[in-house]
Design a protein around this ligand. Structure first.
Ligand code: C2O
Length: 548
């Protein structure tokens, strides 16, 4: 591979959406941010210079960071933030991955405007396992708030209530023509008839899983989270925050001047406080020659999207996602398991601090947890503490392997749903084969949680509704061609089982990719020890690693 250099200047920029101008944090003044492009095997050297008042870190979401954990990016997990006037060079190699991923800020809610696509092409001379597309187009979903999102989340954390929902969803930063004053701010994809386009779809929205569809067009899913899948056709895709999906779009043969709408709107199973609006883009066919007139034969067609709580569609869509699992792209599902974990994930409540009024139910504070532990972000970076053996006063290694108390997760929640707080981690010896079952607790409400694991891809070997049954359910696990990914939706009122091999030494964050749940504590940390050989050890930190 070759080395590719990028420079990310973090700078403020005025951007107008929904009739209001806002000063937002950007990379190089662009919104969404610049595209990173590389081939499998290339080294990326990205210098991030912080020129704004906010502390910043950038995460290369889904990049495995094999023995390059110092470049992973989550604030206070693998690095201290880059402060104003400082810079940090993220230096890593793309090993064994090709497809679509994305980068985003990984501190507070800054990723609302700091995100962009990562396109990893196959090695030179290596073809896709599907027809070579005529053109490739990134499609990034996002969310737009008129107000300052940092203020919104800080206020929510202080009052203990839910934060304001966004004012619009966006496609490539544009809300689209269904929103006020947004006719001009509509993403337009101009296509030629009879061609195949590869749409690299990224859900960079903060808090909502989304349905996406293009009127009158079939989509073929060929890859998720930068792993090829067995191609399947669908009219609609479902994508959670943190996931990426590559789809082939075959354009029709004779549609001069025709326009079709593409839309995305949320799949939401939780409380009704979500933005049920729709973001829209336009698929526009080029006229085949100069003398065709604008025809009215094909009116603007809208795609049909499922209703917001269509769990039947969601379940059947997710079931279709299977690894290629062929000789060229095998599915290396760990067959034996060294360590089993059972994590409950969900919302909970904390007592309201004295002399404060909280906006949660019965004057409580909303919290979220894994096994009833609401993760507390330390003041120093965990990877440094781990690397230099300085855990004292920073973290403890007693993260519970099982929930502290079991109950019927689908029935009435127990009265005591209070969570404990702490910076607790799980230690894993190098090369431990892990099986993890995550169960949605429905304590406040049943909700699907997109769980994202840093540093690894995992295999989604099973999922179901109701309570996970450890004596029956494993018999139905798919160890042949399960989806391999970095973010999985734990179904609302159900569970998901994943397996991964802990072959990447370092400190790896795992959290719900709904930013509001992360803020409330739905996050935890795996620490993977070095192996014996030099190839199994994490190298020392780079000299410019920021200090806290
Ligand atoms: Cu895309 Cu830890 O995040």
């Amino acid at each position: 591979g070759i080395t590719r250099h990028y420079k990310f200047n973090i700078q403020m920029q005025n951007v107008t959406r929904l009739c209001q101008t806002k000063n937002i944090v950007t990379v190089n003044g662009k919104f969404p941010g610049p595209r990173i492009i590389a081939r499998e095997g290339d080294r990326l050297v990205i210098k991030v210079v912080n020129n704004v008042q906010h502390n910043v870190t950038i995460h290369w979401h889904g990049v495995r960071q094999l023995r390059s954990g110092w470049a992973d990016g989550p604030a206070y997990i693998t690095q201290c933030p880059i402060q104003r006037g400082q810079s940090y060079v993220y230096n890593f190699t793309i090993i064994g991955q090709r497809g679509t991923l994305f980068w985003h800020a990984h501190i507070s809610w800054l990723r609302v405007t700091l995100y962009g696509p990562i396109v990893i092409l196959p090695k030179k001379g290596v073809a896709y396992p599907f027809p070579q597309p005529f053109k490739e187009v990134p499609i990034l979903f996002g969310e737009w708030w008129k107000a300052d999102t940092e203020k919104i989340i800080n206020q929510a954390l202080q009052t203990g209530g839910p934060p304001n929902i966004s004012d619009a969803y966006t496609i490539n930063g544009l809300p689209g023509l269904l929103y006020n004053c947004s006719a001009k701010d509509t993403f337009k994809l101009k296509v030629k008839p009879g061609k195949t386009y590869l749409l690299r779809v990224v859900n960079a929205a903060l808090n909502d899983e989304l349905f996406f569809s293009i009127a009158n067009h079939n989509l073929t899913v060929v890859e998720v989270d930068a792993v090829y899948v067995k191609p399947f056709n669908t009219n609609i895709i479902l994508i959670t925050p943190g996931q990426t999906t590559n789809i082939l779009l075959k354009t029709k043969h004779f549609h001069p001047n025709a326009t079709f709408l593409m839309s995305a709107r949320p799949y939401a199973t939780g409380p009704a406080s979500f933005d049920n609006s729709t973001t829209t883009g336009i698929l526009e066919y080029h006229k085949p020659s100069n003398n065709t007139k604008k025809s009215n034969i094909f009116p603007l067609l809208k795609p049909k999207l499922p209703i917001f709580n269509d769990t039947t569609f969601a379940t059947s869509f997710v079931k279709k996602i299977r690894s290629l699992a062929n000789a060229k792209f095998p599915a290396n599902v760990p067959k034996k398991v060294d360590k089993q974990f059972f994590f409950t994930v969900g919302l909970g409540l904390n007592p309201c601090p004295k002399n404060q009024t909280c906006q949660g139910p019965n004057n409580t504070k909303l919290a979220a947890s894994v096994n009833n532990v609401s993760f507390v972000q330390p003041n120093v970076a965990l990877l440094q503490s781990h690397y230099f053996n300085q855990s004292k006063g920073v973290y403890t290694t007693d993260f519970p392997v099982n929930p502290p108390f079991k109950f019927n997760y689908t029935g009435n929640p127990p009265n005591n749903s209070f969570v404990t707080s702490g910076t607790k981690v799980v230690m894993l010896p190098f090369n431990t084969s892990v099986e993890l079952v995550m169960q949605d607790t429905s304590i406040i409400s049943a909700e699907s949680h997109p769980l994202h694991l840093h540093g690894f891809n995992f295999f989604v070997v099973g999922q179901g509704f109701g309570n996970y049954n450890s004596s029956n359910d494993p018999a139905n696990f798919n160890l042949v061609d399960p989806a391999e990914r970095n973010t999985v939706g734990v179904p609302s009122g159900g569970w998901v089982a994943i397996r991964f091999l802990a072959d990447n030494p370092g400190v790896w964050f795992m959290h719900c990719h709904l930013e509001v749940h992360t803020s409330w504590g739905l996050k935890m940390v795996w620490m993977v020890n070095d192996g014996k050989s030099p190839k199994q050890k994490l190298p020392p930190p780079p000299a410019d690693l920021p200090k806290c």
